[in-house]
Design a protein around this ligand. Structure first.
Ligand code: SF4
Length: 698
């Protein structure tokens, strides 16, 4: 059958948090033609290399096509009953906190909602956390401390309207390429200047006016210097400060900082401060280089302090802007998919918020306190306190810090369920029960991108084998555990309506997330839902022009924002004679996470075909390491063997390695096996960019 005549269907790219719209045309033989959606407000038709290769990744190679129990294929009824019975037995014997879900920013919002409802409202534990903990938990913590909720104030249009874009810990050229193209377009159209704050000279530096290669982890020192410079230049917005508490304490702490910890030239710091202060329309973009740190929350708040003090927030072309790694990290935050949050940005610590959610769900149980965050969760698995674990669409045996220990913990867990599309990931190999889920282009639901725009993902390919949508799998387990009515969903549209209705209750309790105007969306209207930025309500006065906080209106009691007193803290692990190098980890342009999808595209794999280690020429010479030599990289936690790339894009004493390769694709290059499980004390986010290692020629 020739598919050329089939209509195109609108959907959303499943990779990064830009959330580009795509148009999909099945070829009738299982393949798919993909192009950018010219009408989607995130990308206006543009796609990056990963998005444009999506059609090459929909084959069934390596797919999990049937449920398996103890390695043997079985039917759905048997597998689901096994999951329900084992979870019920563990909860009955050991209590709800002996159960845990570890989920993913790859889930659609409707899947995420059901998972969170099952764990928090019905099992009665808050032990649901997500791989978004590894991505942007520090931003969530920073937003909540400053604004009172996890609100992203700005929009992508602010990048079009800015005269200065500061990229902090963000290699946007590779990790959010379509947004970077947007910044370059603004540069061409209006001369927008670009500053990159990053220890590495990344691809994002190629078009930058200024690169600040600060010492790893020293962002608080830099932004404290900026804060004092704002005051010294008379650029404090005294009028806006009526909406802000904590100014004096934050300024006093900033005055303690000399900026020396950054390792930057004083002239460069001064130049940066002058540029930032002298440019009214400035957007400070931050990403994993800020978040993945033992002081990640403080780094976020140091950036927010500057925007609050200067009143540069909530107006066109202005504001702090977090860009998320995953396609639905924001949707996960909205449904409360983190162990320390409730649905719809409600607070788990507040009794009135817990009571509202419990009443709405008619739930038999609600946790009274936050659950275990990702690193704590796998420690509890290792210690035997968690005895039933359900891992959904993520590969923690590779991607968690101290990955060897996590792999061992999962292997020893009494009962592990894995839902995935891939049959043989490092984690799937450890499962007692494997459940086949539908993949992108086979499933229906919504995702929320980095600027709060909700977009539909739509199914255009049939579910292969016995694969089912995640919301359905979770609901069917919930029903088998005895909660038939609560999980009697017919469609993702029905779940979306419930979520939207709950958001109306949250808004009445003073929360920002409000899509209550969509609570009566019919099935047809849900299917046709165009990209929609929240808030979407009759009472969305807090967001003017799609932006929050132009005139204050923060979500702390009293309606004020909070500036925090902050001091620079270096990374937790110190370099020394035994481990003299600082290891930075990150993404490459053409791969995504552990490569289960992008690894299927020969075109994408051609960009960088094998794992590598970037090291400085002088360090390579000292160690007798030549170009393309193999290098043994060791830390207290593990080791890897990587191909040397000798480059001055990294500073002396620093090395960089990609995070994508797994035990399946390159057994000696599981980079997170080297990263210690050290976390930010506020956000629980691991410090994935500042391990200490030793190098030797292999
Ligand atoms: Fe997909 Fe992100 Fe590329 Fe857009 S920028 S096409 S969302 S990977």
């Amino acid at each position: 059958m020739d598919g050329a005549g089939l209509p195109e269907t609108r959907s959303t790219c499943p990779y990064c948090g830009v959330g580009c719209g795509v148009l999909l045309r099945p070829d009738g033989r299982g393949g798919l033609a993909v192009r950018g959606d010219p009408d989607h407000p995130a990308n206006f038709g543009r796609l990056c290399s990963k998005g444009s290769a999506l059609g090459e990744t929909v084959g069934l190679e390596g797919r999990l096509l049937a449920p398996r129990v103890d390695g043997l294929e079985t039917d759905w009824d048997s597998a689901l009953q096994q999951v329900a019975d084992r979870f019920s037995a563990v909860i009955a014997e050991h209590g709800p906190d002996a159960a845990a879900f570890y989920v993913s920013g790859q889930l659609l919002t409707e899947d995420y909602y059901v998972a969170n409802k099952l764990m928090k409202g019905f099992i009665g534990s808050a032990n649901i956390d997500t791989n978004s903990r590894l991505c942007m938990a520090s931003t969530v913590a920073g937003h909540r401390r400053a604004f009172g909720t996890d609100t992203v104030p700005g929009t992508y249009e602010d990048l079009d309207d800015a005269d200065l874009v500061v990229l902090v810990g963000s290699n946007m050229a590779w990790c959010h390429p379509v947004l970077y193209q947007r910044v370059l377009a603004a540069r061409k159209a209006r001369g927008t200047r670009i500053v990159v704050v990053d220890p590495r000279r990344t691809a994002s530096c190629e078009a930058a006016d200024l690169h600040l290669p600060l010492m790893p982890g020293s962002d608080v020192a830099l932004f404290n210097r900026l804060l004092t410079a704002i005051q010294d230049a008379g650029a404090i917005d005294a009028d806006f400060l009526r909406h802000v508490d904590g100014f004096d304490a934050a300024m006093a702490a900033a005055r303690d900082e000399s900026g020396a910890a950054t390792g930057l030239l004083e002239a460069d710091i001064t130049h940066f401060c002058a540029l930032w202060i002298g440019t009214a329309k400035v957007v400070t973009v931050f990403s994993q280089g800020v978040n993945q740190s033992s002081s990640g929350s403080d780094k976020v708040n140091a950036i927010l302090n500057c925007h609050l003090a200067a009143g540069r927030i909530g107006t066109p072309g202005c504001g702090p802007f977090s860009v998320t790694g995953q396609p639905n990290a924001m949707g996960g935050r909205e449904v409360g998919g983190l162990a320390n949050m409730l649905a719809c940005h409600l607070d788990i610590e507040r009794a009135d918020h817990r009571a509202a959610v419990q009443a709405f769900w008619a739930a038999p149980a609600m946790p009274q306190a936050p659950g275990l965050k990702a690193v704590e969760m796998f420690r509890a698995v290792a210690a035997g306190r968690i005895k039933a674990l359900w891992i959904i669409h993520t590969n923690p045996a590779v991607s968690m810090p101290d990955a060897d220990a996590v792999r061992g913990a999962i292997a020893r867990c009494d009962f592990t369920v894995v839902s995935d599309i891939t049959a043989a990931t490092d984690t799937a190999r450890l499962a007692d029960v494997l459940l086949p889920a539908t993949a992108w282009a086979e499933k229906d639901g919504t995702v929320t991108n980095s600027d709060r725009t909700i977009s539909r993902q739509r199914a255009v390919l049939p579910a292969p084998g016995q694969a089912r949508p995640d919301w359905q799998i979770l609901a069917q387990v919930g029903q088998r555990m005895g909660w038939s009515d609560a999980f009697d969903y017919e469609s993702p549209a029905e779940i979306f309506r419930e979520h939207a209705a709950l958001s109306g209750i949250a808004a009445k309790l003073g929360r920002d997330f409000d899509i209550s105007a969509l609570r009566d969306l019919g099935d047809v209207a849900y299917d046709a839902l165009p990209p929609t930025r929240w808030p979407v309500s009759d009472n969305a006065a807090a967001a003017k022009g799609g932006r929050f906080f132009a005139q204050g209106g923060f979500f702390h009691d009293g309606g004020k924002a909070r500036m925090l007193p902050l001091h620079h803290r270096p990374p937790a692990a110190r370099t020394g004679p035994r481990y003299p190098f600082r290891l930075n980890t990150g993404r490459v342009r053409d791969q995504w996470h552990t490569m289960t999808r992008t690894g299927l595209s020969p075109r994408l794999s051609a960009h960088l075909a094998e794992p590598f280690l970037d090291l400085h020429p002088a360090d390579a010479a000292d160690l007798g390491i030549g170009r393309a030599d193999l290098v043994r990289v060791t830390s207290r936690d593990g080791q890897a063997i990587l191909r040397a790339r000798i480059t001055d894009s990294v500073a002396r004493g620093q090395v960089f390695a990609p995070m994508h390769w797994t035990g399946e694709t390159a057994p000696s290059a599981r980079i997170d096996a080297l990263v210690a499980a050290v976390t930010d004390p506020v956000s629980g986010q691991p410090e994935s960019k500042a391990a200490v290692v030793a190098l030797s020629r292999f």
